[in-house]
Ligand binder design. Structure first.
Ligand SMILES: Cc1ncc(COP(=O)(O)O)c(C=O)c1O
Length: 389
C-alpha cells in the first residue's frame, strides 16, 4: 500500500458493496486522503457519521485518553465514561425520554426499539412507510421498505407493513388494535431526503395515542443535522421511543434506544443487551462530540449553512436539476437523470457525495463545513452535471 495500488489477499470481502475505487488512509476536518495522497472534499461524512469532521481534536483527545484507561466494561458494571455520556445526552432530550439502552449501530438500536414495543404493548404489528430505511438486521430490515434489501432474505418479520410516507389518511386506515408501533424517520434519508408536510408527525403522534400504539422515531440520520438536536421536536411532539446513532460519537460505533419510563418498566431484566454496547471508548468519544455540539451551538449553524446551499443551487437554474430539498445539512439535489454518473464525475473532481435513490444526490457534510467548501462542492456538481450530459 501507500502507492494507491490494492494488494490482493487470499481473504476477500463478500462483494456486498459498490466499489468506489478509493482506499481511504486518513481524514482531517472536511477532507479525506487516499493511500496515494490524493485529497477529497468529504460531503458525505461516511453516510452522515462524522458530523464534526475527521480527527476532531477534542474527540481524538478523548479517545486517546480513554484508550489508555479502559476500552471495555460490560453494562453490569458502571463506568465514568458511560455516566458522563448519559449526562451529556440528557441535555438534548425531552424529559419524558428518560431510559436508554446501548447498541453498536443504527440497525441494532432499531432492533431493540422493535423488541421493546412487543413487551410494552403485548402487540406485534409494526407500521413503517414506503421508502423507509431503518437498517438491515432482520427486525430493522422488516421495517425498511426497499425490495432490493428485503427480497433476497424473505420472509420478513410477521406483522410488519408499509404505508405511503407523508400520508395521514393511509396511516389512519392501517393503524388498529394490533399495532404495537409506528416507526418513522422525521425526514427520510436513504429514501431521498423527503421532508414531510408540517403537521404530519403531529398527526402520527395523535394516531398512535388514539390507538394505544407507540411512536418510534428513527433519528439515526437526522439527529443533530437539521438545525436542531432532534428533527421530531420541531413540531413539539415527543415519541415513545427515539433511536440515535451515526453522529453522536463522531465516527465510533454507537447506537442508542431511548424510551419513556412506561416502556422501560415493561422490558424484562436480561431480555436484551450486547457485549460491546455502551463501552467506555465510544462513550468517551460521544461525550466529547456532544460537548462540542453543546458548547458551540453547532446544530443551529446547520440550518443557515443548509439554507444557503439550497438557495445557491436553485439560483443556478440548471435545467438538469428537478429539485433541491432538505433541512439543515441533510440535503438532496434531485436530477432529471441518473445520479450515479454525476456522483462518479464529482469524485473524479475530488468531491465525495452519496446517492439516495436513482436520481438523487445526497449531501451529508460536516457541521463544521465552511461556505467556501460547500461552494467547491457546488462547483463540482455543476461541472459534473454538465459533463454527464
Ligand atoms: C434512518 C436510518 N436508520 C437506520 C440506519 C441503519 O444504521 P446502521 O447502518 O448503523 O445499521 C440508517 C443508516 O443509514 C439510517 O439512515
Amino acid at each position: 500500500m501507500g502507492d494507491g495500488v490494492r494488494v490482493e489477499t487470499r481473504l476477500q470481502a463478500i462483494p456486498l458493496h459498490a466499489d468506489r475505487g478509493i482506499s481511504l488512509a486518513r481524514g482531517e476536518g472536511c477532507y479525506l486522503w487516499d493511500d496515494g495522497g490524493r485529497r477529497y472534499l468529504d460531503l458525505m461524512t461516511n453516510y452522515g457519521v462524522n458530523l464534526l469532521g475527521h480527527s476532531h481534536p477534542q474527540v481524538t483527545a478523548a479517545i486517546d485518553r480513554q484508550a489508555s484507561l479502559l476500552t471495555n466494561a460490560h453494562q453490569s458494571f458502571d463506568t465514568p465514561a458511560r455516566q458522563e455520556f448519559l449526562d451529556a445526552l440528557a441535555g438534548f432530550l425531552p424529559p419524558s425520554l428518560s431510559r436508554i439502552s446501548f447498541a453498536n449501530s443504527g440497525a441494532e438500536a432499531i432492533e431493540a426499539a422493535m423488541k421493546y414495543t412487543r413487551v410494552a404493548t403485548g402487540r406485534t404489528g409494526i407500521i413503517a412507510t414506503h421508502r423507509a430505511y431503518h437498517g438491515r438486521t432482520f427486525g430493522a430490515l422488516s421495517a425498511t421498505s426497499d425490495a432490493k434489501y428485503r427480497e433476497p432474505f424473505m420472509p420478513m418479520l410477521e406483522g410488519t407493513r408499509h404505508v405511503p410516507f407523508d400520508n395521514l389518511p393511509a396511516m389512519a386506515e392501517a393503524i388498529d388494535e394490533s399495532t404495537a408501533a409506528v416507526i418513522i424517520e422525521p425526514i427520510q434519508g436513504e429514501g431521498g431526503i423527503r421532508v414531510p408536510a408540517d403537521g404530519y408527525l403531529q398527526g402520527l403522534r395523535e394516531l398512535c395515542t388514539a390507538n394505544g400504539a407507540l411512536l418510534i422515531c428513527d433519528e439515526i440520520q437526522t439527529g443533530f443535522r437539521t438545525g436542531a438536536p432532534l428533527a421530531v421536536t420541531r413540531e413539539g411532539i415527543v415519541p415513545d421511543i427515539l433511536c440515535l446513532s451515526k453522529s453522536i460519537a463522531n465516527g465510533l460505533p454507537i447506537g442508542v434506544t431511548i424510551v419513556t419510563e412506561a416502556v422501560s418498566e415493561r422490558v424484562p431484566k436480561g431480555s436484551h443487551g450486547g457485549t460491546f454496547s455502551g463501552n467506555p471508548l465510544v462513550c468517551a468519544a460521544g461525550v466529547a462530540t456532544l460537548q462540542v455540539l453543546a458548547d458551540e451551538h453547532l446544530h443551529s449553524q446547520a440550518a443557515e449553512k443548509g439554507e444557503r446551499f439550497q438557495q445557491r443551487v436553485r439560483e443556478l437554474g440548471l435545467s438538469q436539476i428537478r429539485e433541491v430539498r432538505g433541512r439543515g445539512l441533510l440535503l438532496a439535489v434531485e436530477l432529471k437523470k441518473p445520479a450515479t454518473p454525476v456522483i462518479k464525475a464529482m469524485q473524479e473532481r475530488g468531491v465525495l457525495v452519496l446517492p439516495a435513490g436513482g436520481t438523487v444526490i445526497r449531501f451529508l457534510p460536516s457541521i463544521l463545513i465552511e461556505d467556501a467548501q460547500l461552494d467547491e462542492g457546488i462547483g463540482a456538481l455543476v461541472e459534473a452535471v454538465s459533463r454527464a450530459g
